[in-house]
Design a protein around this ligand. Structure first.
Ligand code: PEP
Length: 249
């Protein structure tokens, strides 16, 4: 039985004060939630406020990115150890916005993934095809390349600690959600890759979240799919009422 995970990605939104206000409303709305794990990913500057606000709850705080080196002359970067030190339990890696605007590649995701595991963080690895790739019939090939690139040289024990998020780029922030069937087929493709490269046991326990315009009104039909083990939510995670409705689907 795979325990669902509902994770929020706040992107570049919310100050420290707005973060505290969010948790003041959100915490009581999810205090009785037992059926899933809850993760919230604020920007770096609000991580400490989020960790403090979520203390004593079951909510885990995630960073949206971090660098692979533990420390050094890397101006503007923050390491996995640093986000763990501030109290993060997870880190989102390879989000399509990082791939698109900041030159993130499968190779850099792989280095970050190994560093995250070494720092005892739960990595959430994002993969997904663009509209152009889907329309050209290349969606599965893209998932294959991203999966193999991200997980290169990982042991089966390391692989067992990863979460994947399937986020078709054409569904992120567009209001256009993949149908539960389309998402399901992509999840099945990822699980098949997991089986081929990391064994049956790892494949059946791998949790794959869906991301792309998840909202309170579509979460149930997505979660009804056997292959979908949770959601990575952008826009709808910024509002405590709407994110709690998704968590309590
Ligand atoms: C995301 O940022 O990972 C995402 C899925 O965004 P949205 O829910 O806004 O489409």
């Amino acid at each position: 039985m795979r325990r669902p995970v509902i994770a929020g990605n706040w992107k570049m939104y919310k100050t420290q004060a707005e973060t505290r206000e969010f948790f003041q409303v959100f915490n009581p709305l999810v205090s009785a939630t037992k059926h899933c794990e809850i993760v919230v990913g604020p920007p770096f500057t609000a991580l400490a406020a989020a960790v403090e606000s979520a203390r004593g709850t079951a909510i885990a705080i995630a960073a949206q990115n971090a660098f692979w080196e533990p420390e050094g002359a890397f101006t503007g970067e923050v390491s996995m150890q640093m986000i763990a030190d501030v109290g993060c339990r997870a880190v989102i890696l390879g989000h399509s916005e990082r791939r698109r605007y900041f030159g993130e590649t499968d190779a850099s995701v792989n280095r970050k993934l190994k560093a995250a595991l070494a720092a005892n963080l739960q990595p959430i690895v994002c993969v997904g095809e663009t509209l152009e790739e889907r329309e050209a019939g290349r969606a599965e090939r893209v998932l294959n390349t991203q999966f193999l690139g991200a997980t290169a040289a990982l042991t089966t024990a390391e692989f067992s600690r990863i979460l994947f998020a399937y986020e078709p780029v054409w569904a992120i922030g567009t209001g256009r959600t993949a149908t539960p069937e389309t998402a399901s087929a992509s999840h099945a493709c990822l699980r098949c890759l997991a089986k081929e490269h990391f064994g049956e046991e790892n494949a059946s326990s791998l949790r794959i979240l869906y991301g792309g315009s998840v909202r309170p009104d579509n979460i149930r039909s997505l979660m009804a799919q056997e292959e979908i083990d949770g959601a990575l939510v952008g826009g709808a995670s910024l509002d405590p009422q709407s994110f709690s409705s998704i968590v309590n689907f």
